[in-house]
Design a protein around this ligand. Structure first.
Ligand code: PHE
Length: 343
């Protein structure tokens, strides 16, 4: 019997198990009703008294060894199954990742770019930190123009020569940069972020996005401007959309106009969004002022052109029926997730 116990302790050391079932088998084999331990304890009863002490402690040693071994094997098997990637069924469908979505401003910007690229416009970009020349002076803003006032413009650095560094207040600065480096014909759109010192509300923000357009060539006329913008309005808001141009003023265009589109929500009958007028204002436009062409080295006696500029947030608000501009900047996933199907 002594021999058998010692042998069992030795055997235990060699045992291994692959699965929890293997371990359960082992447990039954040693600790079960008809298992090795019970059998040995039964034999123990007939051990002569003088050997009982030694045999008893050997038996206890074996019992502890069995329990420790089973625990160790169980831990090993469990750890293994946790770290091992289950490849038991390769045909199972993959877990779907939660997809992000494009920001509504990016969606609308991309749509506007693609509409104009169909009629030959290419995309130009310029710096957000600009100088007075590109944002104001080259665009025919008189020195005392209120837009230069601290109210509207974020000044970054005052420079002695007056060409202060500013955050651009409109993307019209990219017009100037393009005319400075490119000879006509020029046909570009310039999407980008602009900054104005405005109180943040549902209708205004200190950061927003604009898309500027510029077309310069020989014999470009106001009717080209009208037709190009009508094409854009129909592509953007639907084939039945109409436009109207109201006289306006910008220092860099002459004549200048404000363009409205017929309200796509009520079809022009009048509703809350168009405030009963049937029209929605969407952009400023006009024929490039000869002074602007001259400032960038283009001869106004040979070339003419038109320019337009629109707010991307404004177009996105009309398109998606969003009534608070701030939502575009808060990045609340409950808001952004609604544009998932618009990609
Ligand atoms: N830059 C003008 C604005 O920010 C928009 C505009 C662009 C108007 C081009 C006319 C021509 O309001």
């Amino acid at each position: 019997m002594k021999q058998r116990i010692k042998q069992s302790i030795e055997n235990l050391k060699q045992l291994s198990a692959e699965t929890l079932e293997d371990i359960e088998q082992l447990r039954i084999q040693y600790l079960g009703k008809k298992g090795v331990m019970n059998e040995l304890f039964a034999q123990f009863k007939s051990v002569p008294n003088e050997e009982k002490k030694e045999m008893g402690s050997l038996l206890n040693e074996l019992k502890t060894a069995v329990q420790t071994k089973i625990e160790a094997l169980r831990e090993a098997v469990e750890n293994k199954s946790e770290s091992k990637i289950s490849v038991d069924d390769l045909t199972k469908p993959a877990c779907l990742e939660q997809l992000g979505s494009r920001h509504p401003i990016s969606l609308v910007r991309n749509e506007i770019i693609s509409i104009f690229s169909k009629i030959g416009y290419t995309v130009e970009e310029g710096p957000e930190i600009e100088d007075d020349w590109h944002v104001f002076s080259a665009l025919n803003f008189p020195p005392e123009h209120p837009a230069r006032d601290m109210q509207d413009t974020f000044f970054i650095e005052n420079r002695e020569d007056g060409n202060h560094a500013v955050l651009r207040t409109h993307t019209s600065s990219v017009q100037v940069r393009t005319m400075e480096k490119q000879k006509p014909p020029i046909r570009i759109i310039a999407p980008g972020r602009v900054f104005r010192n405005e109180a943040i509300s549902a209708r205004a923000h200190c950061i927003f996005h604009q898309i500027e357009g510029l077309y310069i060539d020989k014999n470009v006329s106001f009717s080209d401007l009208k037709q190009s913008l009508l094409y854009f309005a129909k592509e953007m808001f639907g084939a039945n959309t109409q436009i109207r141009l109201r006289p306006s003023y910008f220092p860099f265009t002459e004549p200048s106009a404000e363009m409205d589109v017929s309200c796509n929500l009520c079809g022009g009958k009048g509703c809350n969004v168009c405030k009963g007028t049937g029209w929605l204002e969407i952009m400023g436009c006009g024929m490039v002022d000869p002074n602007v062409l001259k400032a960038s080295g283009i001869d106004p006696d040979v070339y003419s052109g038109f320019a337009f500029g629109m707010g991307v947030e404004r177009i996105a608000m009309l398109k998606y029926g969003v009534n608070d501009l701030r939502m575009y900047f808060e990045n609340d996933v409950r808001f952004l997730g609604q544009f998932r199907n618009s990609i």
